[in-house]
Design a protein around this ligand. Structure first.
Ligand code: HEM
Length: 242
């Protein structure tokens, strides 16, 4: 649905299919609500059917596509920085800082999200933006600004990167950001605890990258396990991301 590789028409068809799927899911839950997020949203009695479908759609795209893309990218980055991975193993309290640095470093959702329309004339950095005009902010550029971060192109879990804008800024900044931080910490910590011998099976230039998607990520991360843990051989741990 969000891949530019397949063209507008295919994206529209995919979007309608997902909406149809969610519509049927909500209809089923309305008839027989369970004790889960969907059931509880219906139970409030405050949202129409279409609004609930909309919420589900937003959660799927904003909540899944982002974290699912961050996990393999972050795993790759940590494997490629073994000293920092070792530091995280030695001191798990470093994980929250590491997660924010990973978010800053990759800025995976920057250009899909930072579009705004001026509600009145504004001076932004000496440039007049008139009421009604739109702007696109490059979040990834702000996250690599050397006035905000020393040595911005270096990956360094020791820096305090919490003021990054990977979740955007202002009233519409990511609603799920603390859930996302928790998901990333839990997923990555568990991965490296369970598979301490995890290695990437291909060179950096052979890691398949999603250039055609507005949310950056990998299509797969081929990894090798640890023979002592009976996980040897090449696996595609993140094929679910396709
Ligand atoms: C690595 C993970 C994530 C990243 C990088 C990310 C990034 C972003 C960005 C850049 C925006 C745009 C804000 C704007 O327009 O200024 C956004 C909005 C949003 N995100 Fe996330 N997000 C992530 C995970 C999540 C999760 C896990 C959820 C919920 C389950 C979520 C829910 C939302 C919602 C509801 C919005 C819309 C907020 C609004 O328009 O007021 N996000 N996110």
């Amino acid at each position: 649905m969000i891949s530019a590789a397949d063209g507008r028409e295919a994206r529209h068809v995919a979007m309608m299919e997902i909406r149809g799927f969610l519509d049927a899911l909500v209809t089923k839950a309305e008839a027989d609500p369970e004790d889960n997020l969907l059931g509880r949203l219906i139970g409030t009695g405050r949202l129409s059917h279409d609004e609930i479908v909309g919420v589900m759609f937003l959660l799927l795209v904003a909540g899944h596509e982002t974290t699912a893309n961050m996990i393999p990218l972050a795993a790759l980055t940590l494997v490629r920085h073994p000293a920092q991975l070792a530091a995280l193993r030695a001191d798990p309290d470093l994980w929250p800082m590491a997660v924010d640095e990973l978010l800053r470093y990759h800025s995976i959702a920057d250009w899909v999200a930072f579009d705004r329309v001026a509600t009145e004339d504004q001076d932004i950095g000496g440039q007049l933006v008139r009421k009604g005009e739109g702007i696109f902010v490059l979040g990834a550029s702000a996250n690599r600004d050397d006035r905000a971060f020393e040595r911005p192109d270096e990956f360094d879990i020791g820096r305090s990167a919490r003021h990054h804008v990977a979740f955007s800024y202002g009233v519409h900044q990511c609603l799920g950001q603390n859930l996302a931080r928790a998901e990333l910490e839990i997923a990555l910590r568990t991965l490296f605890e369970r598979l301490p011998g995890l290695r990437v099976a291909v060179a950096d230039e052979d890691v398949p990258v999603k250039h055609e998607s507005p949310i950056f990520g990998l299509t797969a991360l081929p990894v090798r396990g640890d023979p002592r843990q009976r996980t040897e051989g090449v696996h595609h741990l993140f094929m679910m991301n396709l």
